[in-house]
Design a protein around this ligand. Structure first.
Ligand code: 13P
Ligand code: SF4
Length: 434
């Protein structure tokens, strides 16, 4: 935990908050000193104390600039009691920490988060927007990420060095990102090198991947993409090298390649469990895009028959899906786009229009609530929700924030420096061409 050398240090237990003065000089600190004396003085009457506290209260700007959780001998608060707290108690705790840490704390939330959690996000977005927000965060000291592990890693890589990033539940991973572990990616690259010149292959990874895989791409002149800029990134890549190796979402890679007019015969799937990815050498040689055999377990659940059923019920309805869906679903949809695109499309749609939306359940439900003048329906009869995003709940958020303010932070996401360096290069390339 980094400590400021001067100024305020805030040490807080859920039930108590002790503010101590660090070593420093100046009128602001003198005001602070008086403020603390009055705040804790047993000799003043309550109303006198309140008046004096208001008079000498340190400015918000000063508090924001210097508040730091104290190094402490306290042990981290254990999670178990938080499971038992009622929602109102958890919400109160979260609200208190937000108020205390003010702009030093930035809570970022992905649109797939449940309502209970997203209400506390200072800023929300899709993967691309959240990457931009982390890169632009110039005031905060702590980012608490309500999303999944790779998003928190990306925030750690892109934010200023002094910013610490936390993920309320470390089990909030992404099954798609886990499908491309770095050892398999390196082995595949080596395999490929025995057949073709890998200097002419651009490694491109969807942001839904580990920092290791991003770093792997960055080291080799490669790049990251998100669902909102995949086409621009693939065009950039194929303008520089003959082929692309695309990790880990085969569907996003294939759907984007097709929009660009690349025939299916020039896109081969690489199954990392098989020698040469399960391909014949001549298939590899004629490929322009090699697609890692990964997928999103949520979006893969949407099927062409769900679209047929929707169209049977609402012939005038339009279908809008995320590009992580299978090609057979994307082919039958009216519109395809990233989370932000889906949100914008529904917001701008005419009143009375009907939409079947193929993306994560929490987002679709929120869109339906936000636009009661339109009919927004979930495309699948099944519950397609991201179980790992759902792990971020009120108990974990409150527990993480209480520990942060107590000075016993838990669940910090820290990408090792060398990995972060190369991963950042790949991410910055993406941010530049968007
Ligand atoms: P976007 O946020 O880029 O739309 O991706 C959706 C997703 O699956 C996030 O994990
Ligand atoms: Fe991963 Fe899919 Fe969940 Fe996104 S929705 S975090 S890609 S499993």
């Amino acid at each position: 935990m980094a400590n400021s050398d001067n100024g305020w240090r805030l040490e807080s237990h859920p039930s108590t908050c002790i503010i101590r003065l660090g070593a420093s000089l100046g009128t602001d600190l003198y005001r602070c000193f008086l403020w603390i004396c009055f705040a804790v003085s047993p000799w003043c009457s309550l109303s006198l104390r309140r008046g004096l506290i208001l008079l000498f209260k340190p400015s918000k700007a000063m508090a924001q600039a210097t508040v730091t959780p104290c190094p402490t001998d306290l042990s981290p608060l254990t999670f178990d009691p938080y499971r038992e707290f009622p929602d109102c108690e958890l919400e109160k705790r979260i609200g208190l920490v937000k108020e205390r840490l003010s702009e030093s704390l930035l809570i970022l939330g992905h649109h797939y988060q449940q309502d209970e959690v997203i209400q506390f996000a200072d800023l929300r977005g899709d993967s691309f927007k959240l990457s931009q927000l982390a890169a632009q965060s110039d005031v905060c000291r702590w980012i608490v990420f309500c999303g999944v592990h790779f998003m928190a890693e990306t925030a750690d890589i892109l934010s200023r060095d002094e910013v610490e990033v936390y993920l309320p539940d470390l089990a909030a991973g992404c099954s798609m990102a886990d499908m491309a572990d770095i050892a398999s990616v390196e082995a595949a690259w080596e395999d490929l090198g025995e057949l073709i010149d890998t200097d002419d292959v651009m490694p491109v990874t969807y942001v839904n991947s580990s920092a290791d895989v991003k770093s792997f791409c960055g080291r080799r002149g490669g790049i990251v993409c998100t669902s909102s800029n995949a086409r621009a990134v693939l065009e950039w890549s194929l303008g520089r090298r003959r082929r692309v190796f695309f990790f880990p979402d085969q569907h996003l890679g294939r759907n984007t390649g097709r929009i660009m007019g690349i025939p299916l015969e020039e896109m081969s799937v690489w199954d990392w469990r098989l020698p040469l990815g399960g391909n014949r050498p001549e298939n590899i040689r004629s490929s322009r895009i090699l697609l890692w055999k990964g997928h999103c377990s949520v979006h893969q659940m949407f099927k062409p028959e769900h679209i047929e059923q929707f169209r049977g019920r609402f012939p005038e309805g339009r279908v809008l899906v995320h590009p992580e869906c299978m090609m057979s679903v994307v082919d039958r949809a009216n519109l395809v786009g990233s989370t932000e695109f889906i949100i914008k499309t529904i917001a701008e749609a005419e009143a009375g229009s009907t939409w079947g939306v193929g993306t994560e359940l929490h987002l679709v439900n929120r869109l339906a609530q936000a636009h009661p003048d339109k009919r927004v329906l979930f495309l699948s009869p099944m519950v397609c929700m991201c179980a790992t995003m759902f792990r971020i709940d009120l108990p974990h958020l409150a527990w993480c924030l209480d520990n942060l303010v107590q000075g016993t932070p838990v669940n910090r996401i820290r990408v090792p420096q060398d990995t972060a360096h190369w991963a950042q290069l790949a991410l910055r390339r993406m941010l530049e061409i968007h």
